[in-house]
Design a protein around this ligand. Sequence first.
Ligand code: PAF
Length: 279
Amino acid sequence: MTRFETIVSLRPYLATLRPEKTIGFVPTMGALHEGHIKLIETARQENDIVISSIFVNPVQFNNPDDLARYPRTLEEDSQQLEAAGCDLVFAPSVAEMYSEPPAIRLNFGGLETVLEGAFRPGHFNGVGIVVSKLFNIVQPTRAYFGQKDLQQVAVIRRLIRDLNFPVELIRCPTVREADGLAMSSRNRNLTSTEREQAPTLFKALTLAHDLLMEGQGTVQAKVAVTSLFAANPHFRLEYVEVVNADTLQQASEVLAPGQTAICLAAHLGNVRLIDNLVF
Ligand code: PAF
């Protein structure tokens, strides 16, 4: 696997591959886990060339402590990518990506005022900017994102549509640990006690799903989830919502198959975890 750190070296190399070869792209912030590896493997099956990026994007962090705490494990990540069949990794420095702070601002309207957007102001502006830059640098055929970040997928779908990026967006299922905990780079910051508690997120989603399937209303399902977290002193629930899986707007009832999502975010100690179920 070849590692590139500069745009000026990566661009001409990729230009020699296009248009004969299809390019599958998996953007990441590193600290890779099985979920990322699954994205690489899916990209491997569907494309001639697979490229991943590893870049902890400061512009999408609204909390400086969160940015400072974000794990940086480039050497381990590179080994995992290579083992999964990735051909190239792009690992630029902050100065390479942002010679100066970006002047543009992206506003995703109603998509960014709910769920994560409501609690992390400016986050999706930062995601939109870095993903646009990466799409322009890599010019992939297909780009792969995990469903765990459902709102990010919706924002990038909109970005692709609004700015006419010639990229096919592929949403891949959330990969879970055996006990249901969604794989996340943040899981490595959990203490062993917190790790034992962490599957509560998936239990809460399953509970809400089962109640909705039994015909209970969305309000009852949300109350049940809120009570579950209220009874567990390890957690502080930030939100639980039942929404349309594409628009992320609140749903007052179960929608057509594949269209309903239950989304939640909770603090477990110093770690903020999110998860969702789409059904
Ligand atoms: O999901 C992530 O890891 C990041 O938000 C992304 C898409 C790589 C942009 O920095």
